[in-house]
Design a protein around this ligand. Structure first.
Ligand code: PLP
Length: 368
């Protein structure tokens, strides 16, 4: 018998959005029956054309190890974000950086503070390092930063703020974060997870990088998976103090970001037009969804991100029925929201298809 550590055996696993191929296999959908995936907050416009070109070019040299220091990408990010390259740590998606924070900060007897309706990975990382999770109730589906401050104990090592938050699509503004940062005790590191920040119009993006510039104990986490449309390549980064980056550099694997991912991210960073197009698509898609939800008398949580929570009643059942109708969304029972589903904003056509299938599912359910 393998002697697996009992607490490892007990770890919960992340439930990802279902891949299109899985659903096609399960339900026997053929190539002429396309499936619409609105389950993982990916960019419905796809990657930038410049990134695609960079990927093709980089393919010729995959026999060589990547630059383990992601030199060019960090230089470009530093320039764009007005920080030093030594203030940026790259990760295999921001998910890896979350785990690296756990690796560096957490152990039995410590805890993390998070909002109870925030991204579930924070809790999974705490479990992985046998730290406790102090989950603070949200207010109107939004982080309650005052209550989170009050929850901090001497054993708290990390506070996680997802902004905008997944799965609620809500955000706290710059002044609220500033008040939090003024009062947070010095022994705590603050991880601000900004996976969706580029979807916001620039004037609504809270200036959190200033805390990194000021040398505060902060890790601003960003990703190329969402707005930049590179989820399949796994690239994320953390902006912190040089000390903070040094910690992540020590615990990461030497080649955690592959060469194709580095090249694609570098090219995507240059394509502002693609980001603007994405923002526009998400804006009109959100309006389209919210209009339809109102027309159907469905409650929803107004969102600033590229997804939306809608209250459909018995969410897991609706999720399964939609899947049978070739639409993949997310059930939310894992977040304590059994009556909700989370839907990613797709293209206009994808949103229309989803809304029509949802209408049919809700109609078939109300029949005797
Ligand atoms: C999608 C998401 C991430 C992870 O993104 P990757 O960079 O693909 O690992 C992190 N945080 C939140 C809140 C997310 O929704």
């Amino acid at each position: 018998m393998m002697q697996i550590k009992p607490w490892v055996r007990a770890l919960a696993m992340y439930e990802p959005g279902r891949p299109i191929e899985d659903v096609a296999r399960d339900y026997g959908f053929g190539p002429d029956e396309p499936i619409v995936k609105l389950a993982s907050n990916e960019n419905a416009l796809g990657p930038s054309k410049r990134a695609l070109r960079a990927i093709r070019d980089a393919a010729a040299t995959v026999h060589l190890y990547p630059d383990g220091g992601s030199f060019r990408l960090r230089e470009a990010l530093a320039k764009k974000l007005d920080v030093r390259p030594s203030q940026i740590a790259m990760g295999h998606g921001s998910n890896e950086l979350l785990a690296l924070l756990g690796h560096a900060f957490l152990e039995p007897g410590t805890n993390i503070v998070m909002a109870d309706g925030a991204f579930v990975v924070y809790r999974l990382v705490a479990d992985l390092y046998q730290a406790a999770t102090l989950a603070v109730p949200m207010k109107a589906f939004t982080h309650d930063l005052d209550a989170m401050l009050a929850a901090i104990t001497p054993a708290t090592r990390l506070v996680f703020i997802a902004n905008p938050n997944n799965p609620t699509g809500t955000m706290v503004d710059g002044p609220a974060i500033a008040r939090f940062m003024e009062r947070v005790p010095a022994h705590v590191a603050v991880a601000i997870d900004e996976a969706y920040v580029e979807i916001l119009p620039p004037d609504r993006q809270p200036d959190t990088l200033r805390y990194a510039r000021e040398g505060r104990s902060v890790f601003v986490l960003r990703t190329f998976s969402k707005t930049y449309g590179l989820a399949g390549l796994r690239v994320g980064y953390a902006v912190s103090s040089e000390e903070g980056v040094g910690v992540l550099e020590r615990v990461r694997q030497p080649f955690n970001v592959n060469s194709i991912a580095q090249a694609a991210a570098l090219a995507a960073l240059d394509d502002d037009a693609h980001v603007v197009r994405t923002r526009r698509m998400v804006g009109s898609g959100l309006a389209q969804m919210q209009r339809a939800f109102r027309a159907h008398g469905l409650d929803f949580v107004p969102s600033v991100a590229n997804f939306i929570l809608v209250k459909v009643g018995r969410g897991r059942e609706v999720f399964e029925r939609l899947q049978r109708r070739r639409v993949i969304v997310r059930a939310m029972d894992g977040y304590g929201l059994p009556d909700y589903i989370r839907v990613t904003i797709g293209t206009k056509t994808e949103n229309e298809f989803f809304l029509e299938q949802l209408r049919l599912v809700l109609a078939e359910r109300t029949q005797p």
